[in-house]
Design a protein around this ligand. Structure first.
Ligand code: FAD
Ligand code: SIN
Length: 531
C-alpha cells in the first residue's frame, strides 16, 4: 500500500500547476513532503496539450476587469456565479505571471508588448498565446519544472479507478451524508494489470474533460470524464452537466474517427469568415457579432445552416488574412491543413462543430473544495460557477490556473490536520476472472457515442433525450454485468465512466426546461437574457 502526502490525478495545467505550487510552498518552509501525480497515459497527453487559441487575461491597458467580467457573464447567459467570475478575472494577471516565471513563453509583437488575440464573445484583445500551440507550450514548461523536483513522483499509465471513502470501510455512504471523506484512490497499473491502493492525506482531481462521450470531439482519447464519474459514484455533488460546449470549427474529415483537429477561434479573431455552401457570410443573419459571436450561438447557427442545406460541413475562409500573419500566428494550422490538401491562403477550410468542453462537473467552492472532505478538484473536471451556461473562449486555461492556486492554499491548510486512514482494504477482485471480450466494450463505446451525437448534441428534444436515456440505460446494464465478472481493464473502466457521464448529461438536460446558453431543445422556451 502506497502512502503519499498529496495525491494529484492528472497531468494537465490544473494538476501540474497545483503540484508545482505545493513544492514551492513546502520548499520555502524547508519541510519535506511527497507529492505523487498519476496520469493514465503519457504525461503530456491531456486537453491542455491541444489548446490552441490561448489564455484570456486583462493585460492591455485599454482593457478592464469589468469588461472581462461582463463578457464572461454575457457568454454564460448570466447563469455564472458573479463572485467567482470576479475572482478568476482579477487573479488572472498574477497566474499569467506565474506561468511566465515557470518558463511558458507567450508571443510578443514588434513593440515588445504581448501580442493579444481576440476570440468570440470578447470585447477586447486579451488572449495571450504561443503561436497556435499555446497549450503545448504551457504543458512543456510545467512538465519541465515538475520533472526537476525531487519530491514529486510522476507516474504514467496509472489509471485512477475509484475514490476510497468510508464506503470501503464498510460504512453506508449516501449523498446526504455530510462527513464523507476521501482517503486516497484505487488505481489500475496499466502495465502490470494490478490494482494499487494509494492512500493520501489530500487528493486533487484534475482529470479534464468528457469529449469522448461524443463521436466527434476535439478532445484526445483520455477525455472520458473519469474524475466526474468517480466523484459521482462516491456520492459527491456534480453540477451543470447539460452544458456541453461544441466548438464551431473543427476540421471536417469524414475519414478520421474520434479526435478532430481544431481550427482555433483566433483565426476568426484575425479575420476568417464562416461561409455556407452558397459562399454567403451567413453569421450576420444570426447575430450582429457575426463570426465572432459566442460559441453557443455560432455552433447552433452552423448546425442550422448545415441542416438547411443537407450538408455535413460548412466553410471557413481565411484567405483575407495576410501570409505573414498566417505564418507567424497560425503555423500549425497552416501546416496541418496543407497535410489535408487545403492551402488556407486561398482554399476555404471545411469545418463542422465538434464536442469540445464540459462546462459542468464536480461542484467546488472558491477554495477548490468538493463536497467530499480532503478531496479537492480543479480544471475542466469541475463546476466552479465561472462559465454559467456557456464558457467564454480561452477562459478555461485561466480557470484551471486560478483554481490550482486556490486548491493549493486549501491543501496546505488541510495537510497539518490530516493523517492517513487506517484499515483501508486492498482492492477486491473476487469473481472477476473472465478475460474481457474487447469487441463488447468497443462496440458499446461507439454505440454510446452515436446515441449522444444523434440525440444529445447541439439541438435536443424531449423525444431525443428520452430515447437516449433508454438506449444508454441498456448499455449501462450490460456493462455493469460485464464489470462484475471480467478482469479489470482500462477500456472497461473508461466505458463505465462514459456511461456515468452520459447519464449525468441526459438527466441534467431533461431537467432544464428553458433554452439557455449551450442547452437548446426544440421543446423548450427560450430564456430571455440580455446577450
Ligand atoms: P487536462 O489538460 O485534460 O488534463 C487531464 C489529465 O488527467 C490528463 O493528464 C489525463 O491523462 C489525466 N487523467 C484523466 N483521467 C484519469 C484517470 N482516471 N487516472 C489518471 N489520470 C487521468 N482552453 C483555453 O482556455 N484556451 C484554448 O485555447 C483552448 N483550446 C483548446 C483546444 C482543444 C483542441 C481542446 C481539446 C481544448 C481547448 N481548451 C482551451 C480547453 C482547455 O485546454 C482545457 O479545458 C484545459 O486544458 C483542461 O486542463 P485540465 O488540467 O483540467 O485537464
Ligand atoms: C480555440 O482556440 O478556438 C479554443 C479556445 C477555447 O476553447 O477556449
Amino acid at each position: 500500500m502506497k502512502k503519499v502526502d498529496f495525491l494529484v490525478v492528472g497531468s494537465g495545467i490544473a494538476g501540474l500547476s497545483y503540484a508545482l505550487k505545493l513544492c514551492e510552498h513546502f520548499e520555502s518552509k524547508k519541510r519535506d513532503v511527497n507529492i505523487c501525480i498519476l496520469t493514465k497515459a503519457e504525461q503530456f497527453e491531456s486537453n491542455t496539450q491541444y489548446a490552441q487559441g490561448g489564455i484570456a487575461a486583462v493585460i492591455d491597458k485599454e482593457d478592464s476587469y469589468q469588461q472581462h467580467i461582463e463578457d464572461t457573464l454575457v457568454a454564460g447567459a448570466f447563469l455564472n456565479d458573479e463572485e467567482v467570475v470576479r475572482m478568476v478575472v482579477e487573479e488572472g494577471p498574477d497566474r499569467i505571471n506565474e506561468l511566465i516565471r515557470w518558463g511558458a513563453n507567450f508571443d510578443k509583437g514588434k513593440d515588445g508588448q504581448y501580442d493579444l488575440a481576440k476570440e468570440g464573445g470578447h470585447s477586447d484583445h486579451r488572449i495571450l498565446h504561443h503561436k497556435d500551440i499555446t497549450g503545448k507550450e504551457i504543458q512543456r514548461a510545467l512538465l519541465e519544472k515538475v520533472q526537476k523536483r525531487k519530491n514529486v513522483e510522476l507516474l504514467n499509465h496509472l489509471f485512477a479507478i475509484d475514490l476510497i471513502t468510508q464506503h470501503h470501510l464498510g460504512e453506508k455512504v449516501t449523498r446526504n451524508r455530510a462527513d464523507k471523506q476521501c482517503f486516497g484512490i484505487y488505481a489500475l497499473n496499466k502495465i502490470s494489470g494490478e490494482v494499487e491502493t494509494i492512500l493520501a492525506k489530500v487528493t486533487l482531481l484534475a482529470t479534464g474533460g468528457v469529449g469522448q462521450v461524443y463521436r466527434t470531439t476535439t478532445n484526445p482519447s483520455v477525455a472520458t470524464g473519469d474524475g466526474i464519474a468517480m466523484t459521482y459514484r462516491a456520492k459527491g455533488e456534480v453540477k451543470g452537466m447539460e452544458f456541453v460546449q461544441f466548438h464551431p470549427t473543427a476540421f471536417y474529415n469524414p475519414t478520421q474517427k474520434g479526435h478532430a483537429f481544431l481550427i482555433t477561434e483566433a483565426l476568426r479573431g484575425a479575420g476568417a469568415i464562416l461561409r455556407n455552401h452558397k459562399g454567403e457570410n451567413f453569421m450576420k443573419k444570426y447575430d450582429s457579432r457575426g463570426s465572432l459571436a459566442p460559441r453557443d450561438i455560432v455552433a447552433r447557427a452552423i448546425d442550422a445552416e448545415m441542416k438547411k442545406g443537407g450538408q455535413e460541413h460548412l466553410w471557413l475562409d481565411a484567405s483575407d488574412i495576410s501570409q505573414d500573419e498566417l505564418n507567424n500566428h497560425f503555423p500549425s494550422i497552416f501546416q496541418k491543413c496543407l497535410e489535408y490538401g487545403v492551402d488556407i491562403t486561398k482554399d476555404w477550410i471545411p469545418v463542422a462543430p465538434a464536442a469540445h468542453y464540459m462546462c459542468g462537473g464536480i461542484e467546488v467552492d472558491k477554495k477548490g473544495r468538493t463536497t467530499i472532505h480532503n478531496l479537492l478538484a480543479s480544471g475542466e473536471c469541475t463546476y466552479t460557477g465561472l462559465h454559467g451556461a456557456n464558457r467564454l473562449a480561452s477562459n478555461s486555461l485561466l480557470e484551471a490556473a486560478v483554481y490550482a492556486h486556490e486548491s493549493c492554499q486549501t491543501a496546505i491548510q488541510l495537510f497539518d490536520h490530516t493523517d492517513f486512514q487506517i484499515g483501508v482494504p486492498q482492492w477486491n477482485k473476487e469473481g472477476t476472472t473472465v478475460a474481457e471480450e474487447m469487441v463488447l466494450i468497443s462496440q458499446s463505446r461507439s454505440d454510446l457515442q452515436a446515441v449522444m451525437s444523434n440525440y444529445v448534441g447541439i439541438v435536443r428534444s424531449d423525444e431525443r433525450l428520452n430515447r437516449a436515456f433508454a438506449r444508454t440505460a441498456l448499455i449501462f446494464e450490460e456493462t455493469e454485468a460485464l464489470y462484475r465478472k471480467t478482469s479489470l481493464s482500462l477500456p472497461l473502466c473508461e466505458l463505465r465512466n462514459l456511461i456515468n457521464i452520459t447519464y449525468l448529461i441526459i438527466s441534467a438536460a431533461k431537467e432544464r426546461k428553458e433554452n439557455v446558453g449551450l442547452h437548446f431543445s426544440i421543446d423548450n422556451e427560450v430564456l430571455e437574457t440580455s446577450s
